[in-house]
Design a protein. Structure first.
Length: 526
Protein backbone atom coordinates (compact mmCIF):
# COMPACT_ATOMS: atom_id res chain seq x y z
CA UNK A 1 0.00 0.00 0.00
CA UNK A 2 1.35 3.42 -0.92
CA UNK A 3 0.39 6.64 0.84
CA UNK A 4 1.35 9.97 -0.66
CA UNK A 5 1.95 12.98 1.59
CA UNK A 6 3.69 16.24 0.64
CA UNK A 7 6.71 17.20 2.69
CA UNK A 8 6.58 20.81 1.55
CA UNK A 9 5.63 22.83 -1.47
CA UNK A 10 8.52 21.35 -3.41
CA UNK A 11 8.70 17.82 -1.96
CA UNK A 12 6.42 14.85 -1.51
CA UNK A 13 7.05 11.43 -0.04
CA UNK A 14 5.53 8.07 -0.91
CA UNK A 15 5.45 5.69 2.11
CA UNK A 16 5.47 1.95 1.38
CA UNK A 17 4.32 -0.26 4.31
CA UNK A 18 6.04 -3.63 3.98
CA UNK A 19 5.29 -6.21 6.74
CA UNK A 20 8.30 -8.22 7.90
CA UNK A 21 9.49 -10.19 10.91
CA UNK A 22 10.97 -7.06 12.51
CA UNK A 23 7.74 -5.10 11.79
CA UNK A 24 9.77 -2.44 9.90
CA UNK A 25 7.87 0.01 7.69
CA UNK A 26 9.87 1.42 4.73
CA UNK A 27 9.15 4.96 3.55
CA UNK A 28 10.45 5.84 0.04
CA UNK A 29 10.80 9.57 -0.52
CA UNK A 30 10.57 10.82 -4.07
CA UNK A 31 11.11 14.39 -5.07
CA UNK A 32 10.48 16.62 -8.01
CA UNK A 33 12.78 19.39 -9.08
CA UNK A 34 14.49 21.06 -6.14
CA UNK A 35 12.97 24.26 -4.78
CA UNK A 36 14.37 26.83 -2.43
CA UNK A 37 14.51 25.76 1.19
CA UNK A 38 12.48 28.75 2.24
CA UNK A 39 9.41 27.24 0.52
CA UNK A 40 9.19 24.42 3.07
CA UNK A 41 6.58 24.99 5.79
CA UNK A 42 5.47 22.97 8.81
CA UNK A 43 1.82 23.01 7.70
CA UNK A 44 2.63 20.55 4.93
CA UNK A 45 3.95 17.91 7.39
CA UNK A 46 3.11 14.22 6.94
CA UNK A 47 1.68 11.82 9.51
CA UNK A 48 3.59 8.74 10.64
CA UNK A 49 2.09 6.10 12.92
CA UNK A 50 4.20 3.63 14.89
CA UNK A 51 3.31 1.25 17.72
CA UNK A 52 5.14 1.06 21.02
CA UNK A 53 8.05 -1.34 20.60
CA UNK A 54 7.87 -1.16 16.76
CA UNK A 55 9.92 0.76 14.17
CA UNK A 56 9.36 2.86 11.04
CA UNK A 57 12.01 3.27 8.31
CA UNK A 58 11.76 6.50 6.30
CA UNK A 59 13.52 6.65 2.90
CA UNK A 60 14.33 10.17 1.67
CA UNK A 61 15.33 11.09 -1.87
CA UNK A 62 17.72 13.83 -0.73
CA UNK A 63 20.77 13.42 1.43
CA UNK A 64 20.07 13.88 5.14
CA UNK A 65 22.11 16.46 6.98
CA UNK A 66 20.46 16.43 10.46
CA UNK A 67 17.39 14.97 12.21
CA UNK A 68 15.59 15.96 15.44
CA UNK A 69 12.56 14.58 17.27
CA UNK A 70 10.43 16.62 19.69
CA UNK A 71 10.11 14.22 22.64
CA UNK A 72 12.79 11.64 23.27
CA UNK A 73 10.57 9.98 25.90
CA UNK A 74 8.00 9.03 23.24
CA UNK A 75 10.13 8.08 20.21
CA UNK A 76 13.71 7.76 19.05
CA UNK A 77 14.93 8.88 15.59
CA UNK A 78 18.24 7.56 14.16
CA UNK A 79 19.78 8.22 10.74
CA UNK A 80 20.93 4.75 9.65
CA UNK A 81 22.29 6.04 6.31
CA UNK A 82 22.50 9.26 4.33
CA UNK A 83 18.91 8.74 3.07
CA UNK A 84 17.26 6.52 5.72
CA UNK A 85 15.84 7.38 9.15
CA UNK A 86 14.80 4.74 11.75
CA UNK A 87 11.98 5.79 14.17
CA UNK A 88 11.42 3.57 17.24
CA UNK A 89 8.23 3.91 19.36
CA UNK A 90 8.89 4.08 23.11
CA UNK A 91 5.65 5.34 24.75
CA UNK A 92 2.16 6.22 23.58
CA UNK A 93 1.69 9.85 22.54
CA UNK A 94 2.37 12.35 19.76
CA UNK A 95 5.52 14.27 18.77
CA UNK A 96 7.22 15.91 15.75
CA UNK A 97 10.12 14.77 13.56
CA UNK A 98 12.16 17.40 11.64
CA UNK A 99 14.61 16.43 8.87
CA UNK A 100 17.20 18.87 7.49
CA UNK A 101 18.51 17.97 4.00
CA UNK A 102 21.59 19.09 2.19
CA UNK A 103 20.87 22.44 0.58
CA UNK A 104 18.74 23.74 3.49
CA UNK A 105 15.42 22.03 2.74
CA UNK A 106 13.37 20.85 5.75
CA UNK A 107 10.81 18.11 6.08
CA UNK A 108 8.26 17.80 8.94
CA UNK A 109 6.55 14.64 10.20
CA UNK A 110 3.78 14.35 12.81
CA UNK A 111 4.64 11.11 14.60
CA UNK A 112 1.85 9.33 16.54
CA UNK A 113 2.93 6.50 18.80
CA UNK A 114 0.04 4.22 19.73
CA UNK A 115 -0.05 1.58 22.42
CA UNK A 116 0.80 -1.94 21.44
CA UNK A 117 -2.40 -3.80 20.60
CA UNK A 118 -1.20 -7.11 21.93
CA UNK A 119 -0.06 -5.63 25.25
CA UNK A 120 -3.35 -3.73 25.68
CA UNK A 121 -5.34 -6.85 24.87
CA UNK A 122 -3.35 -8.89 27.38
CA UNK A 123 -3.88 -6.22 30.05
CA UNK A 124 -7.63 -6.06 29.40
CA UNK A 125 -7.91 -9.83 29.50
CA UNK A 126 -6.10 -10.00 32.82
CA UNK A 127 -8.42 -7.27 34.11
CA UNK A 128 -11.51 -9.21 33.05
CA UNK A 129 -10.09 -12.34 34.67
CA UNK A 130 -9.60 -10.53 38.01
CA UNK A 131 -13.14 -9.16 37.88
CA UNK A 132 -14.57 -12.64 37.24
CA UNK A 133 -12.54 -14.03 40.14
CA UNK A 134 -13.44 -11.33 42.69
CA UNK A 135 -17.06 -10.79 41.59
CA UNK A 136 -18.37 -14.18 40.46
CA UNK A 137 -21.85 -14.38 38.98
CA UNK A 138 -22.06 -10.64 38.26
CA UNK A 139 -22.28 -9.41 34.68
CA UNK A 140 -19.44 -6.97 34.03
CA UNK A 141 -18.20 -5.62 30.70
CA UNK A 142 -14.90 -3.79 30.37
CA UNK A 143 -13.80 -1.73 27.37
CA UNK A 144 -10.86 0.61 26.82
CA UNK A 145 -10.75 3.73 24.68
CA UNK A 146 -8.41 6.68 24.73
CA UNK A 147 -6.69 5.48 27.90
CA UNK A 148 -10.00 5.29 29.81
CA UNK A 149 -11.56 2.12 31.21
CA UNK A 150 -15.35 1.88 30.88
CA UNK A 151 -17.16 -0.37 33.37
CA UNK A 152 -20.66 -1.54 32.39
CA UNK A 153 -23.02 -4.17 33.70
CA UNK A 154 -24.93 -4.90 36.93
CA UNK A 155 -23.58 -5.64 40.41
CA UNK A 156 -25.48 -6.71 43.50
CA UNK A 157 -24.48 -3.90 45.89
CA UNK A 158 -22.33 -0.82 46.37
CA UNK A 159 -19.51 -2.85 47.89
CA UNK A 160 -19.18 -4.86 44.67
CA UNK A 161 -19.20 -1.61 42.66
CA UNK A 162 -16.38 -0.15 44.75
CA UNK A 163 -14.32 -3.33 44.44
CA UNK A 164 -14.77 -3.40 40.65
CA UNK A 165 -13.63 0.21 40.38
CA UNK A 166 -10.55 -0.49 42.52
CA UNK A 167 -9.57 -3.42 40.29
CA UNK A 168 -10.15 -1.46 37.06
CA UNK A 169 -8.10 1.50 38.33
CA UNK A 170 -4.93 -0.55 37.78
CA UNK A 171 -5.49 -0.27 34.01
CA UNK A 172 -6.22 3.47 33.78
CA UNK A 173 -8.81 6.10 34.55
CA UNK A 174 -12.15 4.41 35.28
CA UNK A 175 -15.57 5.62 34.10
CA UNK A 176 -18.14 3.88 36.32
CA UNK A 177 -21.29 3.10 34.30
CA UNK A 178 -22.43 0.21 36.49
CA UNK A 179 -25.97 -0.46 37.65
CA UNK A 180 -26.73 -1.74 41.16
CA UNK A 181 -29.57 -3.97 42.31
CA UNK A 182 -32.07 -1.99 44.38
CA UNK A 183 -31.37 -2.97 48.02
CA UNK A 184 -34.13 -4.10 50.40
CA UNK A 185 -35.48 -1.63 52.98
CA UNK A 186 -33.21 -0.77 55.90
CA UNK A 187 -33.93 -2.68 59.13
CA UNK A 188 -35.95 -0.84 61.76
CA UNK A 189 -34.43 -0.89 65.25
CA UNK A 190 -36.45 -0.40 68.42
CA UNK A 191 -34.52 0.67 71.51
CA UNK A 192 -36.06 0.02 74.91
CA UNK A 193 -34.61 1.98 77.82
CA UNK A 194 -35.51 1.47 81.48
CA UNK A 195 -34.80 4.12 84.11
CA UNK A 196 -35.30 2.83 87.65
CA UNK A 197 -34.51 5.27 90.46
CA UNK A 198 -35.25 5.20 94.18
CA UNK A 199 -34.36 8.08 96.51
CA UNK A 200 -34.83 7.72 100.28
CA UNK A 201 -34.10 10.43 102.80
CA UNK A 202 -34.50 10.73 106.57
CA UNK A 203 -33.88 13.85 108.64
CA UNK A 204 -33.82 14.39 112.40
CA UNK A 205 -33.78 17.80 114.10
CA UNK A 206 -33.58 18.42 117.84
CA UNK A 207 -32.89 21.69 119.68
CA UNK A 208 -34.11 23.98 122.49
CA UNK A 209 -34.12 27.73 123.08
CA UNK A 210 -34.66 29.05 126.64
CA UNK A 211 -35.69 32.65 127.32
CA UNK A 212 -36.61 34.72 130.37
CA UNK A 213 -38.80 37.81 130.58
CA UNK A 214 -37.88 38.51 134.22
CA UNK A 215 -37.16 35.24 136.00
CA UNK A 216 -34.85 35.88 138.96
CA UNK A 217 -35.00 39.55 137.98
CA UNK A 218 -33.10 38.62 134.74
CA UNK A 219 -34.15 39.25 131.14
CA UNK A 220 -32.40 37.22 128.39
CA UNK A 221 -32.22 33.99 126.38
CA UNK A 222 -29.98 31.00 125.84
CA UNK A 223 -29.74 29.61 122.27
CA UNK A 224 -27.38 27.71 119.99
CA UNK A 225 -28.55 29.85 117.04
CA UNK A 226 -29.18 26.76 114.92
CA UNK A 227 -32.92 27.34 115.07
CA UNK A 228 -34.74 30.68 115.26
CA UNK A 229 -34.65 31.88 118.89
CA UNK A 230 -37.16 34.31 120.44
CA UNK A 231 -36.16 37.96 120.73
CA UNK A 232 -36.55 39.30 124.31
CA UNK A 233 -37.06 43.08 124.68
CA UNK A 234 -36.77 44.65 128.17
CA UNK A 235 -39.81 46.73 129.16
CA UNK A 236 -39.90 50.32 130.28
CA UNK A 237 -39.50 51.05 133.98
CA UNK A 238 -42.41 49.43 135.78
CA UNK A 239 -43.41 47.38 132.69
CA UNK A 240 -42.58 43.70 132.11
CA UNK A 241 -40.27 42.52 129.34
CA UNK A 242 -41.70 41.08 126.13
CA UNK A 243 -40.61 38.13 123.98
CA UNK A 244 -41.14 38.13 120.18
CA UNK A 245 -41.33 34.68 118.59
CA UNK A 246 -40.55 34.42 114.86
CA UNK A 247 -41.04 30.66 114.93
CA UNK A 248 -42.63 28.51 117.59
CA UNK A 249 -40.73 25.54 116.17
CA UNK A 250 -42.54 22.38 117.32
CA UNK A 251 -43.10 22.91 121.07
CA UNK A 252 -43.61 26.13 123.01
CA UNK A 253 -43.66 26.35 126.85
CA UNK A 254 -44.05 29.50 128.98
CA UNK A 255 -44.62 29.91 132.74
CA UNK A 256 -46.08 33.38 133.43
CA UNK A 257 -45.56 32.98 137.16
CA UNK A 258 -41.87 32.30 136.59
CA UNK A 259 -41.48 34.53 133.52
CA UNK A 260 -39.60 31.59 131.92
CA UNK A 261 -40.24 29.91 128.58
CA UNK A 262 -38.73 27.56 126.01
CA UNK A 263 -39.14 26.72 122.32
CA UNK A 264 -38.24 23.19 121.31
CA UNK A 265 -37.44 21.85 117.80
CA UNK A 266 -38.11 18.10 117.57
CA UNK A 267 -38.76 16.94 114.03
CA UNK A 268 -38.27 13.65 112.24
CA UNK A 269 -39.11 13.24 108.52
CA UNK A 270 -38.90 10.38 106.02
CA UNK A 271 -39.22 10.79 102.25
CA UNK A 272 -39.28 8.41 99.30
CA UNK A 273 -39.01 9.36 95.61
CA UNK A 274 -39.48 6.69 92.95
CA UNK A 275 -38.89 7.18 89.22
CA UNK A 276 -39.61 4.53 86.60
CA UNK A 277 -39.36 5.70 82.97
CA UNK A 278 -39.58 3.32 80.02
CA UNK A 279 -39.08 5.26 76.75
CA UNK A 280 -39.16 3.24 73.52
CA UNK A 281 -37.88 4.80 70.29
CA UNK A 282 -37.87 3.35 66.76
CA UNK A 283 -35.45 4.41 64.00
CA UNK A 284 -33.71 3.06 60.90
CA UNK A 285 -30.26 1.54 60.73
CA UNK A 286 -27.65 4.28 61.10
CA UNK A 287 -30.20 7.07 61.70
CA UNK A 288 -30.58 9.09 64.90
CA UNK A 289 -33.65 8.70 67.09
CA UNK A 290 -34.74 11.22 69.70
CA UNK A 291 -37.41 11.21 72.39
CA UNK A 292 -38.49 13.73 75.04
CA UNK A 293 -41.35 13.46 77.53
CA UNK A 294 -41.36 16.47 79.80
CA UNK A 295 -41.54 20.19 79.32
CA UNK A 296 -39.66 23.47 79.25
CA UNK A 297 -39.24 26.08 81.94
CA UNK A 298 -38.23 29.74 81.43
CA UNK A 299 -35.12 31.28 82.93
CA UNK A 300 -33.69 34.80 82.52
CA UNK A 301 -30.39 35.49 80.76
CA UNK A 302 -28.68 38.88 80.91
CA UNK A 303 -27.66 40.13 77.48
CA UNK A 304 -24.42 42.12 77.47
CA UNK A 305 -23.61 44.68 80.13
CA UNK A 306 -25.44 47.75 81.34
CA UNK A 307 -24.47 51.13 79.96
CA UNK A 308 -25.09 54.50 81.60
CA UNK A 309 -27.90 54.56 84.12
CA UNK A 310 -30.05 51.92 82.39
CA UNK A 311 -30.03 48.24 83.30
CA UNK A 312 -28.91 45.43 81.01
CA UNK A 313 -31.64 43.76 78.92
CA UNK A 314 -32.78 40.34 80.05
CA UNK A 315 -33.85 37.58 77.67
CA UNK A 316 -36.12 34.75 78.75
CA UNK A 317 -34.92 31.42 77.39
CA UNK A 318 -36.33 27.93 77.83
CA UNK A 319 -34.65 24.81 79.17
CA UNK A 320 -36.02 21.34 78.50
CA UNK A 321 -36.48 18.77 81.24
CA UNK A 322 -38.06 15.36 81.58
CA UNK A 323 -37.24 11.95 80.11
CA UNK A 324 -34.94 12.31 77.10
CA UNK A 325 -33.39 9.66 74.87
CA UNK A 326 -30.97 10.19 71.94
CA UNK A 327 -29.34 7.24 70.19
CA UNK A 328 -27.89 6.04 66.87
CA UNK A 329 -28.02 2.26 66.15
CA UNK A 330 -25.77 0.63 63.54
CA UNK A 331 -25.92 -3.01 62.43
CA UNK A 332 -22.38 -4.36 62.14
CA UNK A 333 -21.15 -7.03 59.68
CA UNK A 334 -21.17 -9.44 62.65
CA UNK A 335 -24.95 -9.07 62.93
CA UNK A 336 -24.74 -7.19 66.22
CA UNK A 337 -26.11 -3.71 66.94
CA UNK A 338 -23.69 -0.97 67.95
CA UNK A 339 -25.41 1.76 69.98
CA UNK A 340 -24.43 5.32 70.64
CA UNK A 341 -26.90 6.12 73.39
CA UNK A 342 -27.46 9.11 75.71
CA UNK A 343 -30.46 8.67 78.06
CA UNK A 344 -31.36 11.39 80.56
CA UNK A 345 -33.94 11.96 83.31
CA UNK A 346 -34.31 15.43 84.84
CA UNK A 347 -36.87 17.16 87.04
CA UNK A 348 -37.31 20.62 88.54
CA UNK A 349 -35.62 21.23 91.89
CA UNK A 350 -37.09 24.29 93.61
CA UNK A 351 -35.13 23.70 96.82
CA UNK A 352 -31.90 24.65 95.01
CA UNK A 353 -33.41 27.32 92.79
CA UNK A 354 -32.74 31.06 92.68
CA UNK A 355 -34.99 34.02 93.30
CA UNK A 356 -34.36 37.03 91.04
CA UNK A 357 -36.52 40.14 91.39
CA UNK A 358 -39.23 38.11 93.02
CA UNK A 359 -39.20 35.37 90.38
CA UNK A 360 -38.11 31.85 91.33
CA UNK A 361 -35.90 30.05 88.81
CA UNK A 362 -35.73 26.34 89.66
CA UNK A 363 -32.65 24.18 89.37
CA UNK A 364 -32.52 20.83 87.55
CA UNK A 365 -31.98 17.47 89.22
CA UNK A 366 -30.46 15.44 86.38
CA UNK A 367 -29.45 11.82 85.85
CA UNK A 368 -27.88 11.10 82.47
CA UNK A 369 -25.57 8.62 80.75
CA UNK A 370 -23.68 8.84 77.45
CA UNK A 371 -21.84 5.79 76.17
CA UNK A 372 -21.39 3.34 73.27
CA UNK A 373 -22.11 -0.39 73.55
CA UNK A 374 -22.55 -3.36 71.22
CA UNK A 375 -25.33 -5.92 71.67
CA UNK A 376 -27.03 -8.71 69.82
CA UNK A 377 -30.72 -8.41 69.12
CA UNK A 378 -32.76 -8.80 72.30
CA UNK A 379 -29.75 -8.65 74.63
CA UNK A 380 -29.66 -6.11 77.46
CA UNK A 381 -26.96 -4.06 79.13
CA UNK A 382 -27.07 -2.05 82.35
CA UNK A 383 -25.20 0.96 80.98
CA UNK A 384 -25.42 3.03 84.16
CA UNK A 385 -25.77 2.42 87.88
CA UNK A 386 -25.51 4.47 91.04
CA UNK A 387 -25.58 3.58 94.73
CA UNK A 388 -25.19 6.75 96.79
CA UNK A 389 -25.38 6.85 100.61
CA UNK A 390 -24.87 10.15 102.40
CA UNK A 391 -25.17 11.33 105.98
CA UNK A 392 -24.97 14.96 107.08
CA UNK A 393 -24.78 15.85 110.78
CA UNK A 394 -24.71 19.34 112.30
CA UNK A 395 -24.21 19.77 116.09
CA UNK A 396 -24.38 23.13 117.87
CA UNK A 397 -23.93 23.61 121.60
CA UNK A 398 -23.08 26.26 124.15
CA UNK A 399 -19.52 25.76 125.44
CA UNK A 400 -19.05 24.28 128.91
CA UNK A 401 -22.76 24.19 129.71
CA UNK A 402 -23.48 21.95 126.70
CA UNK A 403 -20.91 19.42 127.95
CA UNK A 404 -22.60 18.85 131.33
CA UNK A 405 -24.09 15.32 131.46
CA UNK A 406 -27.89 15.12 131.11
CA UNK A 407 -28.41 18.84 131.75
CA UNK A 408 -26.14 19.74 128.81
CA UNK A 409 -28.68 18.31 126.34
CA UNK A 410 -30.84 21.38 126.98
CA UNK A 411 -28.07 23.53 125.55
CA UNK A 412 -27.45 21.51 122.40
CA UNK A 413 -29.04 21.50 118.93
CA UNK A 414 -28.58 18.65 116.46
CA UNK A 415 -29.62 18.19 112.80
CA UNK A 416 -29.02 14.89 111.01
CA UNK A 417 -29.87 14.04 107.39
CA UNK A 418 -29.43 10.70 105.64
CA UNK A 419 -29.99 10.10 101.93
CA UNK A 420 -29.88 6.89 99.91
CA UNK A 421 -30.07 6.87 96.10
CA UNK A 422 -30.28 3.83 93.83
CA UNK A 423 -30.29 4.25 90.04
CA UNK A 424 -30.01 1.81 87.15
CA UNK A 425 -30.33 2.34 83.37
CA UNK A 426 -30.89 -0.69 81.11
CA UNK A 427 -30.99 -0.70 77.27
CA UNK A 428 -32.36 -3.43 74.98
CA UNK A 429 -32.27 -3.14 71.15
CA UNK A 430 -34.62 -5.14 68.92
CA UNK A 431 -34.99 -5.42 65.13
CA UNK A 432 -38.70 -5.11 64.42
CA UNK A 433 -41.01 -5.31 61.41
CA UNK A 434 -44.08 -3.16 60.64
CA UNK A 435 -47.52 -4.20 61.85
CA UNK A 436 -49.21 -6.21 59.06
CA UNK A 437 -52.06 -4.68 57.13
CA UNK A 438 -55.38 -5.28 58.86
CA UNK A 439 -53.82 -6.30 62.18
CA UNK A 440 -55.17 -4.53 65.30
CA UNK A 441 -53.13 -1.54 66.37
CA UNK A 442 -51.91 -1.07 69.96
CA UNK A 443 -53.99 1.36 71.96
CA UNK A 444 -54.17 2.90 75.41
CA UNK A 445 -56.74 1.55 77.86
CA UNK A 446 -58.74 4.58 79.02
CA UNK A 447 -60.44 4.41 82.43
CA UNK A 448 -63.46 6.40 81.19
CA UNK A 449 -65.32 6.35 77.91
CA UNK A 450 -65.26 9.34 75.64
CA UNK A 451 -68.34 11.16 74.45
CA UNK A 452 -70.18 9.41 71.60
CA UNK A 453 -68.94 10.37 68.13
CA UNK A 454 -70.86 12.77 65.93
CA UNK A 455 -70.76 10.44 62.95
CA UNK A 456 -71.06 6.72 62.48
CA UNK A 457 -68.60 6.84 59.55
CA UNK A 458 -65.01 6.34 60.70
CA UNK A 459 -62.46 8.96 59.71
CA UNK A 460 -60.44 7.81 56.71
CA UNK A 461 -58.95 8.98 53.44
CA UNK A 462 -61.14 8.68 50.31
CA UNK A 463 -60.78 5.26 48.79
CA UNK A 464 -60.44 4.08 45.20
CA UNK A 465 -64.24 4.27 44.80
CA UNK A 466 -63.93 8.08 45.05
CA UNK A 467 -60.47 8.90 43.66
CA UNK A 468 -60.24 6.06 41.15
CA UNK A 469 -57.56 3.39 40.95
CA UNK A 470 -54.10 4.93 40.97
CA UNK A 471 -51.56 2.10 40.96
CA UNK A 472 -48.20 2.86 42.50
CA UNK A 473 -45.21 2.83 40.12
CA UNK A 474 -43.32 -0.44 40.09
CA UNK A 475 -39.84 0.11 41.59
CA UNK A 476 -36.98 -0.69 39.18
CA UNK A 477 -34.82 -3.74 39.78
CA UNK A 478 -31.58 -1.82 39.22
CA UNK A 479 -30.49 1.82 39.36
CA UNK A 480 -27.24 3.60 38.42
CA UNK A 481 -24.59 3.69 41.12
CA UNK A 482 -24.67 7.47 41.52
CA UNK A 483 -28.48 7.46 41.90
CA UNK A 484 -28.35 4.85 44.68
CA UNK A 485 -25.58 6.75 46.51
CA UNK A 486 -27.59 9.96 46.30
CA UNK A 487 -30.69 8.25 47.72
CA UNK A 488 -28.65 7.06 50.71
CA UNK A 489 -27.47 10.55 51.64
CA UNK A 490 -28.89 11.84 54.97
CA UNK A 491 -31.95 14.02 54.63
CA UNK A 492 -32.04 17.64 55.71
CA UNK A 493 -32.35 17.75 59.51
CA UNK A 494 -35.89 18.18 60.76
CA UNK A 495 -36.37 21.58 62.40
CA UNK A 496 -38.16 21.31 65.74
CA UNK A 497 -37.31 24.76 67.10
CA UNK A 498 -40.70 26.21 68.03
CA UNK A 499 -39.32 28.89 70.33
CA UNK A 500 -38.15 31.41 67.72
CA UNK A 501 -41.58 32.86 66.84
CA UNK A 502 -42.42 33.37 70.53
CA UNK A 503 -39.06 34.28 72.04
CA UNK A 504 -39.64 36.26 75.21
CA UNK A 505 -37.35 39.00 76.42
CA UNK A 506 -37.45 41.83 78.93
CA UNK A 507 -36.52 45.32 77.87
CA UNK A 508 -34.33 47.54 80.09
CA UNK A 509 -37.42 49.58 81.01
CA UNK A 510 -39.05 46.47 82.48
CA UNK A 511 -41.56 45.57 79.77
CA UNK A 512 -41.77 41.91 78.76
CA UNK A 513 -41.99 41.24 75.02
CA UNK A 514 -43.17 37.96 73.53
CA UNK A 515 -41.36 38.41 70.24
CA UNK A 516 -44.60 39.12 68.32
CA UNK A 517 -44.78 42.84 68.99
CA UNK A 518 -46.98 42.57 72.11
CA UNK A 519 -45.76 44.01 75.39
CA UNK A 520 -46.97 43.42 78.92
CA UNK A 521 -45.93 44.64 82.32
CA UNK A 522 -44.04 42.22 84.53
CA UNK A 523 -45.85 40.80 87.52
CA UNK A 524 -45.22 42.39 90.85
CA UNK A 525 -42.56 40.73 93.04
CA UNK A 526 -43.87 38.58 95.87
Amino acid sequence: MRVRAGFSIAYFCALSFVPCAESVIHAQAQSSSPQPAAASTQDSANDLVVAVGKSVLVDCAQTIQRVAIGSAELAEATAVSTTEIMINGKAAGETTLIVWQVGGARQFFNVKIRASTSVANDHMESLRRELRTELPGQTLRVTSEGGNIFLRGTVKDLGSSDRAVQIATTAGKVVNLLYVNVPPPEPQILLKVRFASLDRNMSTQLGINIFSTGAANTVGSITTQQFSPPVVTPGKPGAPATATLSSLLNLFIFRPDLNLGATIQALQANGVLQILAEPNVLTSNGKQGSFLAGGEYPYPVIQGTSTGTGSAPITIQFKEFGVRLNFIPTITPRGTIRLQVAPEVSNLDFSNGLTISGFTVPALDTRKVQTEVELSEGQSFAIGGLLDNRETKNLSKIPFIGDIPVLGKLFQSISKTRTNTELIVIVTPEIVAPIPVGAPLPNVTYPDKFLPTNSSVPMRNPGADVTGVKPLPVPPATVPVEQLIQSMQPEQPLSVNSLSPGAIYTSPEGGVSTGTGASTSPPAPH
